[in-house]
Design a protein around this ligand. Structure first.
Ligand SMILES: [Zn+2]
Length: 333
């Protein structure tokens, strides 16, 4: 199944975009308004009904489709048909060791935002926590300490997109052929930045099994495996459900016509469109540790959570760690 470029085509289903590529990128919604009138506005305002409704009925916002087009993104129901790609050995064991040491240090020194959840995926600060998310982009920590890896990851996203999805290259900077000394891929593309850089540590019982979960508002999501999936843990495979077309409008459906499952070895990277439905199967033993990043058409974020605003964010590190002491204070995210 491996091609010469070491890319693994996971899903057999052909790419079935419901709309023409040309119409996808006319909106440039975020780019046009970035930094002023959208301050404080959240993606979820467009993509979902309010949280209360979401909790009670799990209703999807009827305007979700329109919102996706405005953001220049595929709808989840379109994105579910796109493919996942895998790059084997993207990080070396030595790089992984250094990254893990840094994560531990930043956690201990409280330099980064942290959220913990129990096996029902609810926020928890107690011993039942089985899933810890650490926000490595907090105050630019990851980019400061691993600039080369940071740049290499963005380059890989752009390369993979150009070859397969072709969502990003439409956004290329007009100055590309002019006197621009900065020839990195990143600097030839407008407004594209990492929205979040996360370390996810799951132990026994940890999982992400929300029906129709996707990374709303982002373009491409990547996962890099940091632990040895043969020796350090069992379970925890990335899975990509595709829902039956006739039932797409039913938010509670769990009937799928296909689920692609991907196993990552230590150092491997998976790349997929953020709006593609994805889950993590339950961890059965050991610890699953992955790096997760999302590229979006917005500013590079340095606040200690997965931010939902393209404007100024008031979320501080102190607020994040206050959350560690009280499960009742819903300050995070
Ligand atoms: Zn924020």
């Amino acid at each position: 199944m491996f091609s010469t470029k070491n890319l693994l085509r996971i899903a057999g289903v052909g790419i079935a975009f419901g709309v023409g590529t040309a119409s996808l990128y006319t909106g440039n919604y975020l780019g046009g308004k970035m930094g002023n009138t959208t301050a404080g506005r959240k993606f979820n305002d467009y993509l979902f009904n309010n949280n209360k409704q979401k909790k009670e009925k799990n209703l999807r916002n009827p305007q979700e489709k329109e919102a996706c087009y405005k953001l220049g993104l595929l709808t989840p129901d379109e994105a579910q048909h796109t493919n996942v790609y895998k790059i084997s050995n993207f990080l070396t064991y030595d790089e992984i060791k250094k990254i893990k040491q840094a994560i531990r240090k930043w956690q201990n020194e409280r330099k980064i935002g942290i959220v913990e959840r129990n096996n029902k995926e609810q926020r928890s600060t107690f011993k039942d926590a089985v899933w810890r998310t650490s926000f490595l982009h907090t105050n630019n920590q990851f980019k400061k300490f691993f600039p080369e890896i940071h740049a290499r990851i963005i380059d890989q996203i752009i390369i993979t997109d150009k070859k397969h999805w072709k969502l990003i290259h439409h956004r290329q900077n007009k100055n590309e052929n002019e006197n621009n000394n900065d020839n990195t891929l990143k600097n030839r593309v407008e407004h594209l930045n990492l929205r979040t850089i996360e370390s996810h540590e799951y132990t026994n019982g940890g999982q992400l099994q929300r029906n129709k979960h996707y990374d709303a508002g982002s373009i491409v999501t990547i996962d890099i495996m940091l632990n040895d999936s043969n020796n350090e843990f069992q379970g925890g495979e990335l899975s990509f459900p595709q829902f039956i077309d006739q039932e797409l409008d039913d938010p509670n459906t769990s009937r799928t016509n296909n689920v692609d499952i991907i196993k990552l070895e230590k150092g491997d990277m998976a790349l997929f469109l953020s709006h593609k439905y994805h889950n993590v199967l339950p961890i059965r033993s050991g610890k699953r540790h992955v790096l997760v990043m999302e590229l979006w058409n917005g500013p590079e974020k340095t606040c200690p959570h997965r931010c939902e605003t393209v404007g100024k964010c008031t979320h501080t590190l102190n607020r994040s760690h206050l959350g560690n002491f009280s499960q009742h204070v819903g300050l995070l995210g």
